[in-house]
Design a protein around this ligand. Structure first.
Ligand code: ZN
Length: 473
């Protein structure tokens, strides 16, 4: 929590810093130039030309200087994030204060090699500016807000980040990095993935102990639970994992900055956390499913050079196996089902394999969607600056996610999710009981009740269906 709170404070300092410098730059610019002033918060970067930001051109694979003067967009959320990260890392690396580090960044001719993809950033900024938020009205005139982080699941490189929503937005807060409540978007990370990883369940496991309120038809499987966001199934699975084990898995394996006070059902099962998580944290954690079980720490830059080209700072890379590939595979399959047959329907679009999960807090103050394709992972939070009920017929986070993901994939070739099936077996079970088929299951008057499912070896049922044998005997 200390580091998360610290990071949030740093972001605010950096934002303030940018805003003040922007004002100075605008005044200087307006005084000495007769040309039009854009007044963007990043103008100081180009007007005094001390600090240079580079990005890797995705076509030429060459590093290019980020042009902050001739763009229709400002990149401001990403830039505030990268400056915040470099300032903090420079301070730690040199053993100096944050202020001294910020001073160096301002006055030395440093070059920062960022992970930004300006094309993606521009596409997302335009969608965020154009989003029609007039239908989401707060009682006390609050402006609905949103933040999104998009990263490359193979590297953890943050390709784009947008932290405010709408045209008339005066927010100085980067909502992509604010700690907010993920709601039920956390359950794949705290409940389902660790339970599959530890061999407690497979997607076809029947959960008997769900509440009557959640009963649409019986029986209900693990896959039904995640697909339809059935809270009693989420919680039953969480209990089978154990609160401490779930907490350890989410923090150690998936990098979520949870507070020790989060070792309870409300936090790990309902996603109502002590402090919260950012869209960056959620994108990095879900990226593990897309990246075959390997976690990469999210990053906004790779290294920083001085004007002579000497490397002053390198971003530490943290990459490790967070779960078995078979777990990532089964999770991805279930999260695809969420989009195509469950609560994530509004995120669905044609032309690309996608998977993801909605999130809603019980008080409906926060709406979330985190999802991925083989190319990108993106996490979207929507809510008000001050907590207030979101009165909207759909999940606005899934709608934004869909608009963004559809746009950024429009020119990319269709790709399936590809995983190794090591440790995965296909078995035949009875669709009514989830147990191994008996002859009676095949001879059910409604037709053969057998169903083929993929499970991790060792989690398959071992008993013969008692639903059919007891009904017919
Ligand atoms: Zn049966």
């Amino acid at each position: 929590m200390a580091s998360a709170a610290h990071r949030r404070n740093m972001q605010r300092i950096i934002f303030l810093f940018l805003a003040i410098l922007a004002m100075v730059a605008v005044i200087v610019f307006a005084t000495y130039s007769s040309g039009p002033s854009k007044g963007s918060s990043t103008q100081w970067l180009s007007s005094d030309n001390h600090l240079q930001l580079f990005y890797k051109n995705s076509d030429s694979r060459e590093w290019e200087l980020l042009d902050l003067t001739n763009n229709s967009t400002s990149y401001s959320s990403f830039i505030s994030a990268v400056l915040s990260d470099v300032t903090a890392d420079l301070a730690t690396h040199r053993g100096i204060s944050q202020d001294e580090a910020a001073d160096l960044l301002q006055n030395e001719n440093y070059r920062i090699y960022t992970t930004l993809d300006p094309e993606l950033q521009t596409v997302i900024e335009e969608i965020y500016i154009d989003f029609d938020d007039s239908t989401i009205s707060a009682t006390d005139q609050q402006h609905i807000q949103s933040g999104i982080t998009m990263l490359d699941p193979k590297t953890g490189h943050i390709l784009a980040m947008v932290g405010s929503l709408g045209k008339n937005n005066n927010s100085t807060i980067n909502y992509a990095r604010e700690l907010r409540q993920p709601g039920t978007a956390i359950t794949p990370l705290t409940s389902y993935a660790p339970a599959i990883e530890f061999g407690e369940i497979n997607p076809a496991t029947i959960i008997d102990e769900y509440s009557i309120a959640d009963t649409l038809s019986t029986p209900r499987t693990v896959n039904d639970g995640i697909r339809n966001s059935i809270q009693s199934i989420d919680i039953h699975i969480l209990r089978s994992v154990g609160l401490k084990e779930s907490f350890d898995f989410a923090t150690n394996n998936l990098g979520l900055p949870l507070d020790p006070a989060d070792q309870n059902i409300t936090a790990l099962g309902n996603g109502k956390l002590y402090s919260g998580v950012s869209t960056e944290d959620m994108a990095a954690a879900y990226a593990v499913f897309a990246n075959h079980g390997v976690y990469n720490n999210p990053k906004t830059y790779l290294w920083v050079e001085d004007s002579a080209g000497e490397i002053l700072l390198e971003k530490p890379v943290s990459s490790y196996v967070a779960m078995k590939e078979s777990t990532a595979y089964l999770m991805t399959k279930m999260l695809q089902d969420v989009v195509y047959n469950g609560t994530g329907g509004t995120a669905q679009f044609e032309g690309m394999s996608i998977a993801g999960k909605t999130g809603t807090t019980e008080d409906n103050f926060d709406r979330y969607f985190v999802g991925f394709s083989p190319y990108y992972v993106a996490a979207v939070w929507v809510g008000y600056p001050q907590n207030e009920y979101i009165d909207y017929s759909f999940n606005p986070a899934s709608i934004l996610w869909k608009q963004v993901m559809q746009a950024v994939h429009s020119d990319l070739p269709y790709t399936e999710f590809m995983y190794s099936r090591d440790g995965i077996i296909t078995i035949e079970i009875c669709r009514d009981s989830g147990m191994l088929c008996s002859q009676q299951c095949h001879e059910d008057p409604r037709g053969d009740r057998k169903m083929l499912v993929e499970v991790t070896e060792g989690t398959e049922p071992t008993t013969i269906c008692n639903f059919h044998s007891s009904a017919l005997n």
